[in-house]
Design a protein around this ligand. Structure first.
Ligand code: M6R
Length: 618
C-alpha cells in the first residue's frame, strides 16, 4: 500500500526521502513523488513537486530534484485506489495556488461530495484521486478562517479533517511556513521519528530506522506540528497533548538484504533465530511465563482467533494445541468475515488477534468489535507500538525483527510458536482440567518447543532438494497441497505462499475431502504435494496420495515419517517433532519451494504483483 516519509532538519532532505521511499518499496506501489521547499531569489520559499508513474528510480534520476538543497520535504509511494497509476494521480497533491502540498495514505470515502463542494467554490481538481480534495480543503479553510499564522494553518488542517470520512495518514507542507510539517492520522499508521535537531515522519518504521530508533506513535484523531527542534502533539480539538517516546530495538541492518538475493530468502533463513527470540524468556521458570497474570482463564468458554492471510493460518495451525491442552473450544476466523457477521461474543469469550504489521485494517476493525462486546482481547503482533498493540487489552510480541518481503515467512513461524506457548500457558493456569497423562504430554510439548530453533535449522537443509523440485514445478499451471489436521493447515499456508509469489494457481485440500469433489481435478501431470507428519493418521493420508497417483498426478511428499512405499519417488524428509508443532518445521521446505519456483520464473519475489505488505485499507 502507499508509503509516507518526511524529513525536517539540517541535512539535505532529498537523499533522506529517497532512501526512505526505497525502504518502503516492499509495500508495493505504482508511482512516487516528493515535495521540497527551495529558497528562491526573493528569499521566499518555493514549493517544488516532483512525481512520476513507476519506480522511485525515476526520482533518483531527476537532475532538478537531485540539485535541491532543501532541508525539509515530504514523500510518497502510491498504490492506486482512486484513479489509474499516472503522474497526475501521484502524490504529493497541491491546492490550486500550489502553496500547500499533501501526501496521504488511506481512502477518503466521501471524496465525491467534497469534490463537488470544492468545484462549487471555484476550485479545479486536476487528478482523479480522493487525496486532492485535502490540500484544497485546507486552502479553503485557511482563507475562510482568515488566520494566516502558523496556528491558522493547523486550524485549517483540523477543519479539513472534520470533513473527511474514511482513513488517512497525512503530511502537509506549505511554503508559507517553511519550518514545519503538519501530520495527522486516522485508521492509517503514522509514526514520528525523533532525532537530534531533526525529525522524521513515516508510515512504517523501517523507512527511517537508519536515522533514529526513537518514535512517537500517532493515535487516531491526533495531529502534530513538527519542526527541526520540536514536536507538538494535539488532539482533535487542538488541545496540546503529551505522548510517550518509544525506543525500537530493531537494528537497521535487519532491514537490509545482507548478501541474500532477496529479503524473502533472508527471512526464511532467519527463522531459527527469530523463533528462539520469540520463545525468549517465556520458559525461564518451571512454568511458562507470559505477561498475562491478571487474566482468569477459567472464565472463558470460547476462544476466537481472528486474523488475515498467513497470520490466520498460524491460528489454524494451533487450534489443536488449544483444544487439547487449554480445553476451551476454539474457532479461527478471517478478520474480514468476523467483523461483519455479528459473532457470538461476550465477557466469557477470549479473542486473540494475530498480525505481523499490527496495522491490518480488517483485523483492527474485528478487534474493536470484540472489545465493544466485552470480550478480553490479546494481540500477537510483530511491530512494536503498531495500532493493534495500542488497542488490545494484552499484547504478546513475536520477536521476528522487521519482515520486509511481502510474503510472510518468519512472522508465521514465530506466531505459531507463540500461540502454542500461549495455549500451554492457559493449560498451566487451569491444570485441574488435565489428567496425569496430559500433564506429561504437556511437559513433553514444552521440551519440543525448546527444540524448535534447531529443528528449523535442520529443515533448512532441504533447500537443495527443494530447488530441484522447483525446476519441475515452475512450469505447471496448477499445484495442489493436501494433508490432514495440522498438515492440512500448513497446506493452506503453502498454497497461499506459492500462488502469492509465483502466480501459479494452487489450492489446498484436507486429504479426506478429496473424494467429495476435488479429486475430479486429478489427471496426468498434475502436481500434488502431500504433507505427512502425524503418525496416527499417516496411513490415511498415504492412501489419499496413492489415489491421486492412480489418477496420473505427480506426488511429492514432505514428511518426518518413514514412508516405505515404492509408489512415492519424491520424498523430502524433515526433522521429527510433535504434530502440534510440525507446521513450524514442515512449512520451511514449502516456503523454500514457493521461493525457488518464483525465482525460476524470474519474478520479483519480494514485491509480488498487486500485493502490499501491510493492508491498511479494507
Ligand atoms: O500484517 P498482518 O499479519 O496482519 O498481515 C496479514 C496478511 O495480509 C498477510 O499475512 C498476507 O497474507 C501475507 N502477504 C502472506 O504472505
Amino acid at each position: 500500500m502507499c508509503g509516507i516519509v518526511g524529513y525536517i532538519g539540517t541535512k539535505k532532505a532529498v537523499p533522506v526521502l529517497i532512501n526512505g521511499l526505497l525502504s518502503l518499496e516492499y509495500r508495493g506501489y505504482d508511482s512516487a513523488g516528493i515535495a521540497v521547499l527551495n529558497s528562491s531569489k526573493s528569499s521566499d520559499y518555493e514549493l517544488d513537486i516532483f512525481r512520476d508513474k513507476g519506480r522511485v528510480k525515476n526520482l533518483q534520476d531527476n537532475k532538478d530534484l537531485q540539485k535541491s538543497d532543501s532541508t525539509i520535504g515530504i514523500a510518497h509511494t502510491r498504490w492506486a485506489t482512486h484513479g489509474i497509476p499516472s503522474k497526475e494521480n501521484a502524490h504529493p497533491h497541491t491546492n490550486n495556488d500550489k502553496n500547500i502540498a499533501v501526501v496521504h495514505n488511506g481512502i477518503i470515502e466521501n471524496y465525491d461530495k467534497l469534490r463537488t463542494f470544492l468545484s462549487n467554490k471555484g476550485y479545479t481538481l486536476y487528478s482523479e484521486t480522493d487525496t486532492e480534495v485535502i490540500p484544497n480543503l485546507v486552502d479553503y479553510y485557511y482563507k475562510k478562517n482568515k488566520d494566516f499564522s502558523e496556528a491558522g494553518l493547523l486550524k485549517a488542517v483540523a477543519d479539513t479533517l472534520n470533513d473527511l470520512i474514511g482513513s488517512y495518514a497525512i503530511g502537509v507542507l506549505s511554503n508559507n511556513f517553511p519550518d514545519q510539517i503538519i501530520v495527522a492520522k486516522k485508521d492509517s499508521p503514522l509514526v514520528v521519528g525523533k532525532g537530534d535537531g531533526e525529525n522524521y515522519i513515516a508510515s512504517d518504521i523501517p523507512a527511517v530506522l537508519s536515522h533514529t530508533k526513537n518514535f512517537y506513535f500517532m493515535e487516531d484523531g491526533e495531529l502534530a506540528v513538527i519542526s527541526k527542534d520540536n514536536i507538538d502533539f494535539y488532539n482533535t480539538f487542538l488541545k496540546k497533548i503529551k505522548k510517550d517516546l518509544k525506543n525500537i530495538e530493531w537494528d537497521s541492518t535487519q532491514s537490509e538484504k545482507n548478501g541474500y538475493d532477496d529479503f524473502m530468502l533472508k527471512e526464511i533463513f532467519e527463522q531459527p533465530k527469530a523463533v528462539l527470540e520469540t520463545i525468549g524468556t517465556s520458559f525461564e521458570k518451571d512454568k511458562i511465563n507470559l505477561p498475562l497474570d491478571d487474566i482468569k482463564f477459567s472464565k472463558f468458554n470460547k476462544i476466537y482467533i481472528v486474523a488475515c492471510g498467513t497470520a490466520m493460518h498460524a491460528g489454524l495451525a494451533t487450534k489443536y494445541t488449544f483444544e487439547k491442552f487449554a480445553k476451551i473450544p476454539m474457532e479461527v476466523d478471517v478478520s474480514s468475515e468476523f467483523r461483519y457477521r455479528d459473532p457470538l461474543i461476550n465477557e466469557h469469550t477470549l479473542c486473540i488477534f494475530i498480525s505481523q504489521s499490527g496495522e491490518t485494517a480488517d483485523t483492527i476493525a474485528a478487534l474493536k468489535l470484540a472489545k465493544s462486546k466485552g470480550s478480553t482481547t490479546i494481540a500477537i503482533v510483530n511491530v512494536i507500538g503498531s495500532s493493534i498493540t495500542r488497542l488490545a487489552d494484552y499484547v504478546l510480541y513475536t520477536h521476528a525483527g522487521p519482515e520486509i518481503a511481502v510474503a510472510s515467512t518468519k512472522a508465521y513461524t514465530c506466531q505459531t510458536t507463540l500461540l502454542n506457548i500461549l495455549a500451554l500457558y492457559i493449560a498451566e493456569n487451569n491444570l485441574n482440567n488435565l489428567d496425569d497423562k496430559e500433564v506429561k504430554e504437556l511437559a513433553s510439548l514444552k521440551k519440543d518447543i525448546l527444540s524448535l530453533p534447531q529443528k528449523i535449522e535442520d529443515a533448512l537443509k532441504t533447500a537443495d532438494a527443494v530447488k530441484d523440485i522447483a525446476k519441475n514445478i515452475y512450469k505447471k499451471k496448477d499445484v495442489f497441497f493436501i494433508g490432514r489436521n495440522t498438515d492440512y493447515t500448513v497446506s493452506l499456508e503453502a498454497s497461499l505462499k506459492l500462488k502469492e509469489i509465483s502466480y501459479i494457481h494452487s489450492d489446498a485440500y484436507a486429504a479426506g475431502e478429496l473424494k467429495h469433489g476435488s479429486i475430479a481435478l486429478m489427471e496426468d501431470s498434475v502436481d500434488v504435494i502431500g504433507i505427512v507428519t502425524n503418525t496416527k493418521i499417516l496411513p490415511k493420508t498415504i492412501s489419499n496420495l496413492e489415489e491421486v497417483i492412480t489418477r496420473g498426478a505427480n506426488v511429492y511428499i514432505i514428511t518426518d515419517q518413514t514412508i516405505d512405499n515404492k509408489a512415492f519417488k519424491n520424498i523430502i524428509s524433515i526433522p521429527k517433532i510433535s504434530y502440534m508443532l510440525s507446521p513450524i518445521v514442515s512449512v520451511i521446505p514449502l516456503q523454500l519451494l514457493a521461493y525457488y519456483v518464483a525465482k525460476n520464473k524470474k519474478l520479483d519475489v519480494d514485491k509480488p504483483r498487486n500485493l502490499a505488505k501491510s493492508v491498511t485499507v479494507e
